[in-house]
Design a protein around this ligand. Structure first.
Ligand SMILES: [Zn+2]
Ligand SMILES: [Zn+2]
Length: 140
């Protein structure tokens, strides 16, 4: 990645610009990510907070994460898109919704978590795969 990338909500009010490469791209099959996205899985693009510039206003929804920690979703109050989130697993980073980025410059996920809740028909190419969360048994 050579240029800044921009992620934004559906109406465009809430956005995040990242000025450096993400340090991880995680495909998560947990039920909470399925509900948050309305899709069979979620993908988070994790970047250092210091590399992110957030514009617009957001509302917050905090849920208990699958591994027992608070997971704070930040979503646009107008259109409801969750653009980014904060989790204690990434104290110096934020997770940004993969689908909110413009264009197709992002690489594929480099890891896959909560495989135990993956829909059987979903295929992936992630290099690292975990059965549950990021502390459970590793598949590959
Ligand atoms: Zn919006
Ligand atoms: Zn998840």
């Amino acid at each position: 990645m050579t240029e800044a990338l921009y992620a934004h909500c559906d109406c465009g009010q809430l956005g995040v610009t990242i000025s450096a490469n993400p340090y991880a791209i995680v495909q998560c099959h947990c039920r909470a990510c399925q509900r948050r996205t309305g899709a069979p899985y979620g993908i988070g693009v994790y970047c250092k907070r210091s590399d992110c510039q957030i514009t617009g206003t957001s509302n917050s929804y905090v849920r208990q994460g699958g591994s027992g920690s608070d997971f704070e979703n930040r979503f646009c109050p107008s259109c409801g898109t969750t653009v980014y989130w904060l989790t204690p697993f990434h104290p110096e980073g934020i997770g940004i919704a993969y689908g909110c980025f413009d264009g197709d410059d992002l690489p594929a996920p480099d890891r896959s978590v909560w495989e135990s809740e993956r829909h059987h028909w979903v295929e992936y190419k992630a290099k690292g795969r975990w059965l549950e969360g990021r502390t459970g048994p590793k598949i590959s």
